[in-house]
Design a binder for this molecule. Structure first.
Ligand code: SAM
Length: 270
């Protein structure tokens, strides 16, 4: 019974994919995933590849964003090149791609950053993109937390590997506090935008943050984007509860009047 249900779901998903225009287009254009069009559409709106010679693709497998990077750098005549121009990182092994140096590693680990720097011969990157997504557990808070940790890790990598005025693009989940994210990213970038490309399914909770002109006003990341958000939410809830308690007390005091009586020198009998 379980197998039957799963097979039906796979069948439904695959026919759903086949009807999808970007799925078919990706097959035609030989992209490894339909995600390629998200990055291309972000570029249509923000021209993120105008001054790009070196790029880092975080959470890159199966590799369609890396393919877009290869295409863009080739158009600019930076590829083929003697030196390393594109570094792609993922936990999973990825099929090789011409002109892409791959690192199989975890973007939250310092050793991965060291490896990236080594591959670039300690030169900084012009753009960092991150399409990271955790294996979804189905528990909203946990998925949200793990996703947020990927953004924090990617931002940390920016601090160590992105050149001044460089660009950062990352996937974020709906439900993030936009105002808070905006003000936090503004500590590092002069311009910060949010976008949901047309090719991102309407049913998907993903959208993207596009950060231009890397100009860090602080040099270390001493806060956790979403942990901070939770603390604010908690403080806000506590404040609201205090107001409710005060109002309730005021209301009650209108109806109950306490009258002092008896002699306070001894105990009450009851
Ligand atoms: C949506 S896929 C990326 C698709 C890719 N941009 C493309 O166009 O082909 C998300 C990837 O994030 C990777 N990932 C998740 N957590 C990671 C981590 N801590 N370090 C490196 N990669 C991670 C997963 O292995 C997965 O391949």
């Amino acid at each position: 019974m379980g197998k039957f249900t799963k097979d039906k779901r796979v069948q439904r998903n695959s026919s759903y994919s086949k009807q999808d225009i970007y799925y078919r287009k990706a097959k035609e254009d030989q992209f490894r995933a339909r995600s390629a069009y998200k990055l291309l559409q972000i570029d249509d709106s923000f021209q993120i590849f105008r001054q790009v010679e070196r790029a880092i693709d975080l959470c890159a497998a199966p590799g369609s964003w890396s393919q877009v990077l290869v295409k863009k750098l080739t158009e600019k005549n930076y590829l083929p090149s003697e030196s390393c121009r594109i570094v792609s990182v993922d936990l999973q092994e990825m099929a090789p791609l011409d002109h892409v140096t791959q690192i199989q590693g975890d973007i939250t680990k310092k050793t991965t950053v060291d490896e990236i720097l080594k591959k670039f011969n300690y030169q900084r990157a012009d753009i960092i993109v991150c399409d990271g997504a955790p294996d979804v557990t189905g528990f909203h808070d946990i998925d949200y937390y793990i996703q947020s940790q990927l953004i924090v890790a990617a931002l940390n990598i920016c601090l160590m590997t992105l050149r001044d005025n460089g660009i950062f693009v990352a996937k974020i989940f709906k439900g993030s506090d936009i105002k808070l994210l905006y003000s936090q990213f503004k500590l590092f970038f002069n311009q910060v935008y949010f976008m949901k490309p047309k090719s991102s399914r309407a049913s998907s909770v993903e959208y993207f943050i596009i950060c231009l002109q890397y100009t860090p006003k602080i040099s270390t990341l001493n806060f956790h984007l979403y942990t901070f958000l939770k603390e604010i939410e908690q403080a806000e809830k506590q404040k609201q509860q205090e107001i409710i308690d005060q109002e309730t007390e005021k209301e009650q005091s209108k109806y109950y009047k306490f009258i002092t009586c008896g002699d306070l020198s001894g105990f009450d009998e009851n």
